[in-house]
Write a protein that binds this ligand. Structure first.
Ligand SMILES: C[S@@+](CC[C@H](N)C(=O)[O-])C[C@H]1O[C@@H](n2cnc3c(N)ncnc32)[C@H](O)[C@@H]1O
Length: 205
């Protein structure tokens, strides 16, 4: 893990830098917001990314989607979506609708091309932007491969999501939030949490 964290922060380029598995209970299936996919662009990110691009290996993507039990009623948001492999895999295998947000226009271009190649453009969208500025409220599943400090910075936003919303993180914990499950996949770790009832703090452990 240490090695991989070094990689994510390599070269100074990065920089700064109650268990409810299953559906969000008592809620109708949400819709994706009517955001159009961002067009491909060769431009530079609006600001420096908080974490460099390192893709999640496909077998770890599969593990993340399995632990979250994604299905066709879900809306999955991948925050910092890279080449789009997590929402694209969920859409292709499980019929899940998904939205990826990435600050880097090059990644958005790759993700859109990969979605087209996989034939899932009716179910996934990729939007260029800052994940910290996104409205996450339609999500029933959030996936992350960021960094420990970024996960902690996201916690207040995640606590505003509907109770039961599932959160899955590749390799990095969420500070002192106690995971509902932790799965080892080779040298990787997948963490799983669910958003607690409104107003309740997250159980620590
Ligand atoms: C480690 S990669 C993970 C990619 C993908 N989620 C995966 O698991 O394969 C992190 C991604 O986050 C993006 N990123 C960094 N800071 C961001 C920010 N503030 N808002 C949106 N995306 C960001 C990077 O451009 C990069 O593609």
């Amino acid at each position: 893990m240490t090695r991989r964290r070094d990689c994510l922060t390599a070269g100074g380029a990065l920089l700064a830098a109650g268990a409810l598995p299953g559906r969000v209970l008592g809620q109708p299936a949400p819709s994706l917001p009517s955001l159009p996919s961002s067009p491909a662009s060769d431009g530079e990110p609006a600001r420096r990314p908080d974490v460099v691009y390192v893709p999640t290996p496909q077998e770890v993507v599969d593990e993340m989607l399995a632990i979250a039990s994604v299905g066709p009623e879900d809306v999955l948001y991948d925050l910092g979506s890279g080449d789009g492999r997590i929402p694209i895999t969920a859409a292709k295998r499980w019929g899940t609708r998904g939205l990826g947000v990435d600050i880097d226009p090059q990644r958005i271009g790759e993700a859109n091309a990969n979605a087209r190649a996989a034939g899932v453009t009716d179910r996934v969208r990729f939007v260029q932007g800052d994940l910290f500025a996104m409205d996450l409220s339609p999500a029933t599943v959030i996936t992350l491969y960021l960094l420990p400090a970024l996960n902690v910075k996201l916690r207040p936003k995640l606590l505003q999501l509907r109770p039961g919303t599932r959160i899955v993180s590749h390799d990095f914990a969420m500070g002192d939030w106690k995971p509902v499950r932790t799965v080892e996949n080779g040298s990787r770790t997948v963490y799983f949490w669910t958003v607690p009832p409104a107003g309740r703090p997250y159980p620590k452990g």
